[in-house]
Each structure stands twice: as C-alpha cells, then as structure tokens.
Ligand binder design. Sequence first.
Ligand SMILES: [Zn+2]
Ligand SMILES: [Zn+2]
Length: 282
Amino acid sequence: MSWSNTHTHSSFCDGKYSLKKYVTQAIHLGMTSLGFSSHAPLPFPCDWCMKSESLLPYLSIIGQLKRQFKHEVELYAGLEVDYIPDHVSPTYFQKQEPQLDYTIGSIHYVDFFNNGTPWEVDGSFLTFQKGLKEIFNGNIKKAVSRYFALTREMIKNHTPTVLGHLDKIKIHNRYAPIFNEQELWYRREIESVLQSVKSAGVILEVNTRGIYTKKSPDPYPSGWILERIHKKGIPVTLNSDAHHPKDLIRLFPDTSKHLSNIGFANLKILKGGKWIDQPLTT
Ligand SMILES: [Zn+2]
Ligand SMILES: [Zn+2]
C-alpha cells in the first residue's frame, strides 16, 4: 500500500531535520503524498511552535520543494493550529495564508492560569496537575469537559480541515488513572464531539504517535471511539504526527489493519489536490 501522511513536524518547529529530509524519506518509502504541518505560531512564548517570522519562509520552501519533486511525490502545505478563543484558530491562518492546502486543528491548551499563562494539557504531568488544581479546583470532569467543549467550538466556528488527536488528554492516565473512558459523562462528551465533526464535515485523524512514544497503548482516538466513528460514517485519515523522518509511516500497517477490522473501507488521503478515498487494503 502506498501511504500518505499529512501530520509531520520538522526543524521549523519541534521536529528533527529539514523539510527536504522528509521529502527524500517519503520518496524512499514510495509514499503517494506528504503534508507538512508545523505548529502554527502562537501569540505567547511557546518552545515547540514555529516563530511567526518563520511562517513565510516555511511556505516558500514548501513551494520550492513542490516544484523540485513534482515527479516523485505530492507535497502539501499545512499547519497544525491551536484553538485559543480570541487568540488563534485554524480559520485565522486559512484566511491569512492562501498558500495553505489544509489545517489540522488540535487542542493543546485549555484556559489560563491566574497569571495569564495558558495551561498546556498535553505537556508534563506536573503541569497538568497544576492546571487541574488551580484552574478547575481539582475537578477532572470539569477540566476534561472544557477540553472537549473547546474542541467542539473550534470545529463549529473555526473549522479546520482535519481534527488532530481528538482524545490526547487521555495520556495522563498512564501516570495515574485520572478518569475512566467508560464512564458515562466521558462517553457523552466524545459522542457530542463526534456529532460536531460529522455536522461540520471535518476529517478525523487517527494518530499513531501516542503508541510509539509509549504515551498511550492505543491510537488517538481509542479503539471504542473508532468504532463509534465508523458507525457514524465519519471519514478518517491516518497520520503518525512524525517529528523525525524515520517515523513517517510508523505503525501504519498495524493501525490500518485495526481500522479494517473495525469495518472502515477507506482512508482519506490528499491526492491531486483533493481529499480522496483510498481503499484500505492491508
Ligand atoms: Zn498536536
Ligand atoms: Zn503534531
């Protein structure tokens, strides 16, 4: 199977190596298409994001690479964008940069500490515990529900092309069982996010990074959520969220098999400038 991946990070943000290294690796792997999705610049200090002055050079290098390698592999310009109300959103960059082929909308921050610092929810467990205590009074249900409320708000009002790592907040369960995915409130939150995804016509990402970085035993989203996604007829795309060229298609064969066993027949991939259905043949 010839793979595609639209979720990749390079030295423009917190990934390793130049964009070109990813291109040569994609050609080596015989990939159909490769999309770049550096973390979009944020209006406050962030050590894993692209600097705002790098955005134009980033887009221009992708443009050059597209021309240089047009006979070898299809390349696409994207960004992984946060949604922070009144600060940043996927549609902000879509409007600003017409060269963008797509955006991945991902929630990495939920609300702010009293001193105005945004709370990063998928960083260290220590930071997670601090925000949970100081912003949400230790109420995990309220904190997680807020994470999903922001996800829905982004999907509805600032619609990205792809929704990134839907349930990444579950990573903290590996340190301590902070919530149980089977509890009714959590299942309801997920169901309501899936409804928003379906209504907005957003493509849902199946992301393998949590597994190979050992942050999660299963992909984002979890297996039971993938079953719900399949039942609802929501289209999915397969990504590895690669921060190193060696991870470009990491765990794709296993995860495709998993998807196929659930009943999915296709993956959405970027080909010929369009999101098309690629049959899942493993
Ligand atoms: Zn992310
Ligand atoms: Zn990412």
